[in-house]
Design a protein around this ligand. Structure first.
Ligand code: ATP
Ligand code: MG
Length: 268
């Protein structure tokens, strides 16, 4: 198995707190055999959502982290030498197609165009995967679903999907949970009591309002979970915030000073 792919079991669904009707929308898209594109900032719950839905739908999940070195063969498969023999080894996409699993392409805009084009016959009504190397043309098993995600914010503007790729997906926009829900998520994930989580979430809201001015990206729910987890483990609130919610956001001393002023405004 390649380092960049992971098979999650269909055991108990990982915790995911819905923000709206996204679970229903995803389930209906799955029923309709439509590929789904999830857009949203880093650390807002996209990956968790896919893991949750895969378990809920009882489908295996293959996750591929896309990058610009990823080749079509990494997705589809290749001939490998095994004990003096050449054997064909399916890539994660091919496995998902055969098994009726969900194939999740994380950060899909990082993939090269020649890789995304491989997805075309799979993501329209043909639902086939031609494997040039073996001459096979695989029909996707029932249950096969392609899910892709990306962050429209920080990426190079040139790195977008071709319209012909984009327009093969139904798309859903994700954002950070509303404060009350974010408190619930962070408390649940970190084990820190909700009344201690609340000011962290309030701070996160203030830090996010700086996005675009001093910061490329607002602080993620992931980082708020980190801060709360460090506090739950006994770290002082001040140190935890600095380590998990300030330092990761910027290297610029002036910007960090500004961020710390916000901390003082929230915590006194
Ligand atoms: N609605 C939610 N329910 C449960 N946990 C959540 C939710 N939203 C965020 N989280 C928490 O935030 C963390 C980060 O979420 P996740 O890894 O899914 O982000 P992501 O959107 O995939 O980010 P990236 O784009 O960087 O990959 C999760 O590990 C989880 O602890
Ligand atoms: Mg993710």
């Amino acid at each position: 198995m390649n380092a960049h792919m992971k098979l999650e079991g269909a055991a108990e669904a990982p915790f995911y707190l819905p923000q709206g009707d996204e679970c229903d929308v995803f389930a209906t898209a799955a029923q309709a055999d439509f590929p789904v594109l999830l857009k949203g900032p880093t650390g807002c719950g996209k990956t968790r959502f896919v893991a949750h839905m895969a378990a809920k739908l009882g489908r295996p999940l293959y996750t591929v982290a896309c990058h610009d070195d990823l080749s079509a063969a990494d997705l589809i498969g290749r001939y490998l030498l095994k004990g003096g023999e050449t054997v064909w080894v399916d890539g994660p996409l091919t496995r998902a197609v055969r098994e009726g699993a969900i194939c999740y392409l994380d950060e899909v805009v990082e993939a090269r165009k020649d890789v995304t084009v491989v997805l075309h016959p799979l993501t329209d009504d043909r639902r086939i995967l031609p494997i040039d190397r073996t001459g096979e043309e695989l029909e996707a098993a029932p249950g096969f679903m392609l899910v892709a995600s990306y962050n429209p914010g920080y990426q190079n503007i040139l790195k977008t999907l071709k319209p012909s790729t984009r327009q093969r997906f139904v798309a859903m926009e994700f954002d950070f949970p509303a404060p009350q829900r974010e408190c619930e998520v962070v408390a649940r994930e970190s084990g820190l009591a909700e009344d201690r989580v609340k000011p962290l979430v309030r701070l996160a809201g203030k830090l996010r309002s700086l996005k675009g001015q001093d910061l490329e990206e607002g602080v993620s729910t992931r980082l708020v979970v980190y801060a709360a987890s460090l506090i739950a483990l006994g770290m002082s609130v001040e140190r935890a915030i600095d380590t998990a919610m300030i330092e990761p956001l910027s290297d610029d001393e002036d910007v960090k000073r500004g961020l710390r002023d916000l901390v003082t405004a929230v915590f006194g």
